[in-house]
Design a protein around this ligand. Structure first.
Ligand SMILES: Nc1ncnc2c1ncn2[C@@H]1O[C@H](COP(=O)(O)OP(=O)(O)OP(=O)(O)O)[C@@H](O)[C@H]1O
Length: 639
């Protein structure tokens, strides 16, 4: 049931990035992943403690003080119990029993107050650590430049554990450290009391804690391994759950009658990870029962000895009462310390995933000193570009040579799966070519800063996003600097032919484009869902917000539009592209016929290239597809 190493720490080679990631930077640039150093338990404790101190220094200090003060109270309680019993039986004249009882009451009250304060402070510290850990984790995730990690199951498992353990790890370490200190104080105080009665018994009580500690550490290790083992099943369960509970999947799930099938799979995943958890719980149950026996094995002979000693007059009744309180207190504290250490240990094993993501996962190599990427002047060239998504995947591009000249409109056509969208992803440098290069005015884009490159591109992707934000934000995020520039947002929406639609929404541009959330401002306000074509226009409007960029990429920008809308949008797009360098992908060949150059992709290479008239005259693949589409329209018209 353990991970490959039996510790929940899977081997590093588990990452299967695309072949493109292994290409070293042409400038001798360093991989974005810094060397992994100092990854031992001690280093992780330091990292966790640092995070905790940075997150909530004041409250953490107060929490430490409260915890340590509360540690002394059980000792006081045991001592006062003895004094009261002895006072009642006349064995000692330490003080008036009523006063001692008052002191005991005050101690209990203090203990309760400190416990309450500790609980509050602990929650506060936990919240702060959690917030800082999340901020750091998702800053690191946002820094990932390429897409490959997001397609790697091992990374996604790691990210889930990192998210869970990032906040909890440091908390547990602090809890562990504090717990150990608190218990050490309590134990030494109580042992002091016991050893005053019998030094031998004190040693036996202390030694009885050793198996407890060893067992708890082992259990913690198994729990951490189980977490790693169950994460894939948990993620699959979430996937099936989303199919059952999200609007996007609801139509097909109902039409195809998939409810029972999906539910069955979801429950199977749940049962699979619960079976693992059950195994861990069973083991814990057995171990804890055994530990209970160890405790009893120490307590019973100790009790027999104490009672015999009291009978013989060597101990007072109060001594016996204190002995029982102290032995049970020491055992509870030893059990507590073992659990604290084990929990911290387990969290540290998982915290490793957090630190790994924070230090950077295998990603696109970035040049140490990125080349400047000035505005485009000559054009973009794909030179003998070969690409496959990983060594286990087939080649998608097999030596593509293609030029997108400055100021020209190039159209890319080809059958489904020809590799058009893949080529777009290489232009944006979401992946690097496995072989060959993409050149921007002669500069290999691997030498440039990916953010600088992307800042020069405006794109509508085939699988564009619908943001569950307001209408204005859906357009405005195209250029974050203009997120609140209503004039620019409306102008972009007008060009995409969606202004009237957005303006007519219940709350105009402030309407939330979501049916899943209500507005933060007005909980009664209902979000609105747009039609497919309207959503596509919003995506176009977002691209129009970046009208000043050097390269415009439009991957099927009008696939969801009706004929009139498509015509209207293409007229607008033509205007938008005019003078700009652009790459347009479309299966509707009528939409690409006026491009300066049409490129046909097939079998991973460019098989034809030329103007519409040239390609039709050549009578090749393009002419065949164009004639096929045109005849479809003609026959429909004839009907
Ligand atoms: N993330 C990915 N991981 C692995 N293979 C992929 C991935 N994305 C695409 N592919 C594969 O790459 C090939 C090219 O896909 P791509 O999306 O580039 O084709 P396309 O020409 O844009 O097709 P369409 O016209 O259907 O949009 C396909 O065989 C596809 O299965």
């Amino acid at each position: 049931m353990t991970g490959p190493s039996g510790t929940g720490e899977e081997p590093e080679s588990g990452f299967a990035g695309p072949a493109g990631l292994t290409v070293p930077s042409p400038t001798g640039g360093e991989p974005a992943t810094p060397p992994r150093t100092g990854d031992g338990t001690a280093a992780r404790i330091v990292e966790a403690a640092r995070l905790a101190v940075r997150a909530a220094p004041g409250r953490l200090a107060l929490y430490v003080v409260v915890t340590l003060v509360s540690a002394a109270l059980p000792v006081g309680t045991a001592w006062l119990t003895r004094a009261i019993v002895n006072g009642l039986t006349g064995d000692s004249g330490l003080g008036e029993p009523a006063l001692l009882a008052g002191a005991l009451g005050a101690t209990v009250l203090g203990s309760m107050a400190l416990t309450a304060a500790g609980t509050f402070l602990r929650a506060e510290v936990e919240r702060e650590i959690g917030a800082l850990a999340k901020e750091r984790l998702f800053t690191a995730v946002a820094r990932i430049r390429g897409l490959a990690p997001f397609e790697d199951p091992a990374f996604l498992d790691r990210l889930q554990l990192a998210d869970e353990s990032g906040g909890r790890g440091p908390n547990r370490v602090i809890e562990g450290l504090l717990g150990v200190s608190r218990s050490a104080l309590t134990i030494s105080g109580l042992l002091g009391l016991v050893s005053a009665l019998s030094p031998l018994m004190a040693v036996i009580v202390l030694l009885s804690g050793v198996p407890v500690l060893a067992a708890e550490l082992l259990l913690g290790k198994h729990r951490a391994a189980a977490f790693w083992e169950i994460t894939p099943a948990e993620r699959r369960e979430i996937f099936y759950r989303d199919l059952l509970a999200t609007e996007r999947a609801a139509k097909e799930v109902r039409l195809l009658g998939l409810g029972g099938f999906v539910r069955g799979r979801m429950l199977a995943e749940r049962r699979a990870h619960e079976a693992t958890q059950r195994r861990v719980d069973r083991r814990e149950f057995a171990v804890r029962a055994g530990l209970g026996l160890v405790g009893v094995a120490v307590l019973v002979p100790g009790l027999v000895w104490a009672v015999a000693a009291a009978r013989a007059g060597r101990l007072s009744v109060g001594d016996v009462a204190m002995f029982i309180t102290a032995v049970m207190g020491v055992q509870a504290a030893l059990g507590g310390v073992a659990q604290d250490i084990a929990r911290a240990h387990e969290s540290l094993l998982l915290f490793r995933h957090y630190l790994t993501v924070l230090r950077g996962v295998p990603d696109l190599p970035v040049a140490v000193r990125p080349a400047a990427l000035p505005p485009l002047r000559r054009g973009i060239e794909l030179r003998d570009v070969w690409f496959r998504y990983s060594e286990g995947h087939p080649w998608v591009l097999r030596g593509v040579n293609l030029v997108i000249p400055y100021g020209r409109a190039v159209a890319l056509v080809g059958l489904n799966g020809a590799g058009k969208s893949t080529l777009v992803k290489l232009l944006c440098r979401f992946y690097d070519p496995t072989r060959g290069a993409v050149l921007w005015d002669g500069v290999d884009i691997r030498e440039a800063d990916p953010d600088a490159l992307r800042g020069r591109i405006s794109a509508v992707f085939q699988d564009y996003m619908d943001y569950e934000l307001t209408a204005a934000e859906n357009v405005g995020v195209g250029d974050l600097d203009a997120l609140h520039d209503q004039d620019r947002i409306e102008a972009a929406a007008r060009r995409a032919g969606v202004h009237e639609t957005l303006a007519a929404l219940p709350d105009g541009y402030r309407t939330l484009l979501s049916r899943r959330f209500t507005s933060d401002v007005d909980r009664e306000a209902v979000g609105v869902g747009l039609s497919g074509g309207q959503r596509q226009r919003v995506a176009l409007a977002r691209a129009f917000m970046r009208a000043d960029r050097d390269l415009v990429i439009l991957d099927e920008p009008s696939a969801g539009l009706d004929a009139a809308a498509e015509h209207e949008v293409h007229t607008s797009l033509k205007e938008y592209r005019n003078g700009l360098t652009s790459l347009l992908i479309s299966h509707r060949l009528g939409a690409v016929r006026d491009a300066d150059r049409i490129v046909v992709l097939s079998g991973g290479v460019v098989v034809e290239e030329g103007s519409h008239d040239e390609l039709v005259a050549a009578g090749g693949e393009y002419a065949r597809l164009f004639t096929l589409q045109a005849s479809g329209y003609r026959s429909r018209t004839a009907v």
